[in-house]
Design a protein around this ligand. Structure first.
Ligand code: NAD
Length: 242
């Protein structure tokens, strides 16, 4: 069993998750790169982590599936005894007007982001509380805080993550575990490839989209000793939208 400081990043095969895996690898963490289906992309993340001087492994599981996630965390914690960081990054969107939104569009988004938060945080937290050390950062969204047409499912899932994280932070602060949230605005990833970018830029004071690395840097900070007195907080990363 290894005792290197270890970080689990969900949905790390691309986008913000991949950038976070790299950033945490540079900070010295051994990275568990979770992916749901795209093994090739997850392996690319691992190669990038290794090229940056770090190390890690890929781990396939669907965060929306409780049994699968529990089994995966059990296997991870049997191999790595020092899980210090969990990044709840996996998420999907299925935008559409609420009046036309099917049950599948509602459930899949809630199950990935919010049920996924429960499915993985619970077994990982048990290990962190036992060791009295840990940092959990979850990726919410500006959509949780600001109304956006067509995103009732996504906003509900992401607002749920904020509420759950703040409650959890209050529960586990005394055990040395910190729980925080980042709420990105529009970030250049595959998730927003169909978004009306030109229109959106008009409401962003910095007049540009964010980069995955600009989210990853804040996540790394929240996991670091420099953030040792920060818990239960939501940090906006959105180019100045208030
Ligand atoms: P992305 O689509 O590139 O990445 C999402 C990742 O989550 C992918 O690797 C995907 O395979 C993974 N994933 C999806 N369902 C999963 C599941 N059930 N189990 C395991 N992994 C799963 O998009 P991104 O922009 O990098 O998104 C990362 C997070 O950031 C998401 O939670 C998203 O909601 C959030 N976010 C993104 C933006 C943005 O503008 N891009 C803004 C705010 C919040």
């Amino acid at each position: 069993m290894s005792d290197h400081k270890t970080a689990i990043v969900t949905g790390a095969s691309r986008g913000i998750g991949r950038a976070t895996a790299l950033e945490l690898a540079r900070a010295g963490y051994y990275i568990i790169i979770n992916f749901k289906s795209n093994e090739e992309a997850a392996r690319e993340t691992l190669t990038l982590v290794q090229s940056a001087g770090g190390d890690g492994e890929i781990s396939q599981f669907d965060v929306a599936d409780n049994a699968q996630t529990k089994d995966a965390v059990k296997a991870i914690t049997e191999r790595h005894k020092n899980i210090q960081v969990l990044i709840n990054n996996a998420g999907i969107n299925a935008d559409g007007l609420f009046m036309l939104m099917g049950e599948e569009e509602w459930d899949s988004v809630i199950d990935t982001s919010l049920k996924g938060f429960y499915n993985i945080t619970k077994p990982v937290l048990r290990e962190m509380v036992r060791k009295k050390c840990g940092s959990i950062v979850s990726v919410s969204s500006l959509s949780a805080l600001m109304p956006n047409r067509g995103q009732a499912n996504y906003a509900a899932a992401k607002a749920g993550i904020i509420a759950a994280s703040r409650s959890l932070a209050a529960e586990v602060a005394r055990f040395g575990v910190r729980v925080n949230v980042v709420a990105p605005g529009l970030i250049e990833t595959d998730m927003i490839k169909d978004a009306p970018v030109a229109e959106i830029k008009k409401i962003i004071p910095m007049a540009r989209l964010g980069k995955p690395e600009e989210v990853a840097g804040v996540i790394r900070f929240l996991c670091s000793g420099d953030a040792s007195y920060i818990t239960g907080q939501v940090i906006g990363i959105n180019g100045g939208i208030c």
